[in-house]
Design a protein around this ligand. Structure first.
Ligand code: OAD
Length: 251
């Protein structure tokens, strides 16, 4: 993979750098993405399961899907793509990561400045009192799980048709509006409001780079687009960045 010197130079450690990720970054860890053939679970699509309506109608079915995902994610390890992004946090002083993923793999890779804008599937929330608790058990001993108060617990994630956490959203908008460089990795860029972030960043004057296995609706509109596996492209990019800017990002 070739990266021009001018592209590497846009990653200036003096600038505000934001990375935005989707399910594609975790694909090489063995976590299924949402869209495309491998995104199917039994005969269901994510849009049929990740909704408040589906949970109301059949909490057991929705929880079976999440328990299945938790089983896969519990065994998965961060891949070289995650690790390269964790290194970028060390390289760039003004760095932030926004992820749509609920798998927690970015934190496990070592990123600390992370906004998990769709929540985290290791957190469970009581539908009655809203209290959140972490539960890492796989499989869960009871499906659907219940709160001590007797009410249902649900995954503490954002479903289709639900609003994002206001604080996370405000912070994400600020990062997107203010950033100088946005690196978008492994998202089909179709689920709002995150899908609009790359073009918002561009309108704000940021240089926008995309890394994805396949072309997306975003590809023709960004400043640079790299097609291939995140787990291969990001480590190669990181190596160039470290060579150019120095490992500490200060040279
Ligand atoms: P999608 O499943 O829609 O898209 C995954 C993207 O990753 C696709 O564009 C693939 O081409 C790309 N991809 C797959 N493997 C890759 C690899 N190894 N390297 C680079 N790219 C790769 O996932 P998201 O865009 O994250 O929301 O989906 C957005 C949201 O829709 C999710 O957060 C979830 C889902 O329903 C909620 O649950 C609210």
């Amino acid at each position: 993979m070739e990266f021009s010197t001018s592209l590497i130079a846009t990653f200036d450690p003096a600038k505000k750098i934001v990375v935005l990720t989707g399910a594609g970054i975790s694909a090489e860890s063995g976590v299924p993405t949402f869209r495309g053939e491998e995104g199917l679970w039994k005969q269901y699509r994510a849009e049929e399961l990740a909704t408040p309506h589906a949970f109301e109608a059949n909490p057991k079915l929705v929880w079976e899907w999440y328990d299945w995902r938790r089983g896969i994610i519990g065994k998965a390890q961060p891949n070289p793509g995650h690790l390269a992004i964790a290194e970028m946090e060390r390289l760039f002083p003004d760095f932030a990561l926004i992820t749509q993923n609920v798998d927690g793999l970015h934190r496990r890779a070592g990123n600390s400045k992370v906004i998990e804008i769709h929540g985290n599937l290791w957190d469970l929330r009581c539908v009655a009192d809203g209290r959140v608790r972490e539960d890492n058990r796989v499989p869960l001993p009871q499906i659907p799980p219940l709160c001590e108060c007797g009410a249902l617990l649900r995954p503490h994630v954002v479903w289709f048709g639900e609003s994002l956490d206001q604080e996370d959203l405000t912070q994400a908008y600020r990062l997107i509006e203010e950033c100088d460089l946005l690196l978008v990795v492994g998202t089909s860029a179709v689920v709002q409001p995150v899908a609009s972030f790359p073009l918002m960043a561009k309108e704000g004057g940021a240089f926008v780079i995309e890394v994805n296995m396949d072309p997306t609706p975003l590809s023709p509109r960004v400043d640079a687009s790299f097609q291939g596996k995140a787990g291969e492209i990001l480590p190669a990019l990181l190596e160039k960045l470290q060579g150019y800017w120095g490992k500490g990002g200060n040279s």
